[in-house]
Design a protein around this ligand. Structure first.
Ligand code: C2E
Ligand code: MG
Ligand code: MG
Ligand code: MG
Length: 282
C-alpha cells in the first residue's frame, strides 16, 4: 500500500512539476518578447510630505500589460526575471523610462520631485549597474539628486564590504539610496551605520496596524527615531487610512506613501496629481 501510494504521489508531484516548469518557461519566453513589444509600463505612486500634503516624490513600479493575460503584477514576474537574468534588461529599461519621465515633468515646469527606482539583487550586484546609471543620467540630463534607488537589506548582507563600496560609488554620483521594506530583512542594526544611505523606508507590515496595536506603534516610532538620529529621510509605505497618516505625521515621519493618497498610476494621471497644489486623499 505504501509503495503504491508512494508511486502515485511521485507521479502526481512530477506532473505538477512539469506543468509548473512549462508555464514558467512560457512566461520567460513571453517576457523576452514583452520588452521588444513595448508591453511594460511604468506606474508612479506619489510620496507625500506628511506635514504639507505635497507630492515630493514618486516610486516607479513596473506593470506588464500582456495582450492576452491582462495586467501581470511585478510580484509574479520580477522573481522570474531575476532568476532568468532578464531583470538586467528590464531594470535598465525602468531606470531609463523613469529618469526620462522625471526630466520631462521638470521641463514642463512642474515642481521637481525625486523618483525612486527599485533595484533587484541581481541588478545591484551586476557590474553594469553603475554604467547604466551614469549613462541614463548623462543622456536624460536629469540632475542626480532627483533619482533614488531602492534596495533591500538582504541583498547587502552576503558581502557587506563589497556592498558598501558599491553604494559609495553610487552615492558619489549624487543619487539617493533607500533601504526598502526596512525591518523585514535580516540585517543587523550594527551595519546600518556603515551603509551610505540617504533614506529608510519602513515596511508596510509596521504601518498596517500602527493605529490599533501599541507594540507596532512603538516599533514604528523607534524606526522613525532611528532614522532621525542617523540623519536619514524616513518614508512610510502602505499608509491606507487617515489614522495611519496622522500617526506618522504626529510621530515625525517625513514622507508617506500609500493607497490613502493614491495607488500607483500611469504617468498621465500622475501628472494631473502633480498639478494639484495639495493631495486630496483617494
Ligand atoms: P515595493 O518596492 O515594496 O513596492 C511597494 C508595493 O506596495 C507596490 O506593489 C505598491 O503598489 C504597494 N503599495 C503601496 N501602497 C500600498 C498600500 O497602501 N497598501 C498596500 N496593500 N500596498 C501598497 P507592486 O507595485 O505590486 O510591486 C510589488 C513589488 O515588486 C515591489 O515592492 C518591488 O519589490 C517589485 N517591483 C516593482 N517594480 C519593480 C521594478 O521596476 N524593478 C524591480 N526590481 N522590482 C520591482
Ligand atoms: Mg520599493
Ligand atoms: Mg517597499
Ligand atoms: Mg514591499
Amino acid at each position: 500500500y505504501a509503495k503504491t501510494s508512494g508511486r502515485n504521489q511521485y507521479q502526481f508531484f512530477s506532473k505538477d512539476m512539469n506543468r509548473k516548469a512549462r508555464s514558467r518557461l512560457e512566461l520567460e519566453t513571453r517576457m523576452r518578447r514583452a520588452l521588444a513589444n513595448d508591453e511594460f509600463v511604468v506606474f508612479y505612486q506619489p510620496k507625500v510630505s506628511a506635514d504639507a500634503d505635497k507630492i515630493v516624490g514618486a516610486e516607479a513600479l513596473i506593470r506588464w500589460m500582456d495582450p492576452e493575460r491582462g495586467m501581470i503584477s511585478p510580484a509574479d514576474f520580477i522573481p522570474i526575471a531575476e532568476e532568468s537574468g532578464q531583470i538586467e534588461a528590464i531594470g535598465t529599461w525602468v531606470l531609463w523610462k523613469s529618469c526620462q519621465q522625471n526630466k520631462a515633468w521638470q521641463d514642463l515646469g512642474l515642481n521637481p520631485i525625486k523618483v525612486s527606482v527599485n533595484v533587484s539583487a541581481r541588478q545591484f550586484h551586476s557590474r553594469t549597474l553603475m554604467d547604466s546609471v551614469v549613462d541614463v543620467l548623462d543622456r536624460t540630463g536629469l540632475d542626480p539628486k532627483w533619482l533614488e534607488l531602492e534596495i533591500t537589506e538582504s541583498m547587502l548582507m552576503n558581502d557587506v564590504d563589497t556592498a558598501v563600496r558599491k553604494m559609495k560609488a553610487l552615492r558619489d554620483l549624487g543619487i539617493g539610496l533607500s533601504i526598502d521594506d526596512f525591518g523585514t530583512g535580516y540585517s543587523s542594526l550594527s551595519y546600518l551605520g556603515r551603509f551610505p544611505i540617504t533614506t529608510l523606508k519602513i515596511d508596510r507590515a509596521f504601518i498596517a496596524d500602527v493605529d490599533t496595536n501599541p507594540k507596532t506603534a512603538e516599533i514604528a516610532r523607534a524606526i522613525i527615531g532611528l532614522s532621525r538620529g542617523l540623519n536619514l529621510e524616513v518614508v512610510a509605505e502602505g499608509a491606507e487610512i487617515a489614522a495611519h497618516v496622522s500617526f506618522l505625521r504626529d510621530n515625525g515621519c517625513d514622507t508617506v506613501q500609500g493607497f490613502y493618497y493614491s495607488r500607483p498610476v500611469a504617468a498621465g494621471d500622475f501628472e494631473k496629481m502633480m498639478r494639484m497644489r495639495v493631495m486630496a486623499h483617494s
